[in-house]
Design a protein around this ligand. Sequence first.
Ligand SMILES: Cc1cc2nc3c(=O)[nH]c(=O)nc-3n(C[C@H](O)[C@H](O)[C@H](O)COP(=O)(O)OP(=O)(O)OC[C@H]3O[C@@H](n4cnc5c(N)ncnc54)[C@H](O)[C@@H]3O)c2cc1C
Length: 672
Amino acid sequence: MASLSPQILQMKEERKKISFDVEEITNFVDGGPEESRLRREITAKIQNDPIAGDVDWFYKSGEEKFINAVKRSVRLKNMDMDIDMNSDTAMNAAFTACANSIGLPIHSGAFLPTVMNLGSPEQVEKWVPLALNFEIIGTYAQTELGHGTNLRGLETTATFLPDSQEFEIDCPKLTSMKWWPGDLGKCANHAVVMANLIINKQEYGMHPFIVQIRDLDTHQPLPGVRVGDIGRKFAFEVNDNGFLHMDHLRIPRENMLAGVAEVDSEGNYNLKSDPRLLYGGMMLIRVRLVDTQAIFPLQLACTIATRYSLMRKQGSIEPDEPEVSVLDYVAQQRKILPLIAQAYAFHFCARRTRLFYVDMMTEMRQGDFTNLPELHALTAGMKAYITEGCLEGTDICRRACGGHGYLEASGFPRIYLAQLASVTYEGENTVMYLQCARHLIKCASAASSGKTVKGFADYLNDDVKAKRSEKSQDELAHPVVLRECFRHRANRMVKYVHEKIQNLKATGKSHAEAWNLASVELVEMAKAHLDVYVISTFTKVIDEAKVSSRSRQVLFNLCSLWGLHILNRNIGSLLVDGYINAQQAEDMMEAELSCLSTVRQDALGLVDAFDFTDKTLQSCIGAYDGNVYERLYENAKRSPRNANEVHEGFYEIMKDSLRRGRDALRGMKSKL
Ligand SMILES: Cc1cc2nc3c(=O)[nH]c(=O)nc-3n(C[C@H](O)[C@H](O)[C@H](O)COP(=O)(O)OP(=O)(O)OC[C@H]3O[C@@H](n4cnc5c(N)ncnc54)[C@H](O)[C@@H]3O)c2cc1C
């Protein structure tokens, strides 16, 4: 029998040191043992299927990835899962099982939900079954060549024609053509087009229209339609992001999505329900996006970086001592361990935000919109905060894996590149932070006029000036104390920016001008507010966790580490007003270092608890058994460049000079 490699043996030894029950934490993260069972069942069914489970990414061209992803999504639709696939657990499980490589994501993730949310019951009945069965393929076309963020700047029009009972969809300029929509370039034959509604020369703003863009028999573009792929991108080869130019294209009146507003045959514009409900669909996409496009990739990255860092031996701490795992270097621990804590923290936050969303939507459907600003601020802010934090985290993990982290075989290119666009789509992040900030400034204004602020910004009810922390080093590591630090910091920052805007206005600046001048601080204070949301959620999760005392302690350590790490990186924001003193700032760093050594012991268990299969990870350096070097070598042998011993192209170009070298060397030999 072949002996196990030293790396495999080392992983086995490391697993023996884990201080807690990994399965218990896995169940806790999943939301219970039944959810874990369901996730595993779905993962196994998908990954054992020859088509859906063919997720091998290495050495595939962009075109192969695109076609494989489409095949996979069609196969998923036709697989007999015998499971309700509509729950969040099931959807996330299918997504992770496919290693974030499912075709037609905008058809399923934006076209379908938009028709469901914004269509009338008749429209839902007509279009949704067709879309669910892939009998039509749709896209969501909002962004244009000239405008994305500023919706008022969008130029595509939908003009009502009473005589023919149609709308005429038109892109009057080059800049009005739709640009970026996913699945548009080559796949979609229908689009939800966002266009400025015009009735009798009066403009009603952006409304959604279902527009057929390709012939149903031949898949050729319809007359009046120019459609195609926008060209190669950073990554995202699995998607044919496209352009769409519509030249006086006619569509039936019934194709305006009429769940919220409709145009009747006389050309009257009728509001059918509160337009604020429109926000619901957009917010849901943001709520879901952070799970699959940000937190899942960060969890993968942490798993790879931790396992690799445990297995990788490089140098020793004491001269002449045996080599150590690179994870034994404290500098390496500080790169990876706070990110593990962050992956947990963000997971709990995303879950809480989803529940909050469901509650708020129920309230809104009953006509109560009181909490809409809070929900909007939270979903916009968290979209930016989580996608940014996870993207940065993934790259830190990559760098923590040295040279091998740069190989495709590490898994990082796939994980990082798929994540890269998440900071831009579904709301560019700076713009999202500013939307969150708008709500906070309104709360600060209410607080300054003596009103009580409710909700996640309730720290604004506290008096900033009266606050000083008296805590010692041990106390400073406690999550509840850290939460107080974060609350104080956000309170001070929001009030400072509110005051700054007031002062600018007092010097004669308009509100918009003052807003622009304060926008850098507005973004920073929004981040500080979201820090409060994260630490508050994490402490709440620990308080309510029904787990063993050991698992609770493990979660507690993670929460402390996350809080200390964020505050230490922003320590000036606590020192600036004397909330803590210089000694406490040093204590805080010491507390983080001590926390690192505690979490180090359990690092492997903490990433094992994410429970990814090797097929999901697709990483030669992050697989469960730790057999890094053999996997890397096997993968290198698969490189198409290694198909022949002599690379024809290279040899053709170089052979003359190489032969001259051969002759020269032979000549030198004979002289020696
Ligand atoms: C991979 C990918 C997939 C996409 N899929 C789709 C899709 O399916 N359907 C679709 O319709 N669109 C899609 N988009 C488009 C995407 O939604 C937009 O690109 C995004 O909303 C950003 O808008 P923008 O490109 O106009 O950026 P801009 O708004 O032009 O941003 C440029 C810069 O200006 C800054 N900025 C803009 N406005 C402000 C402001 N008010 N205050 C301060 N700073 C500001 C931004 O922060 C940014 O730094 C996709 C984009 C990508 C990259």
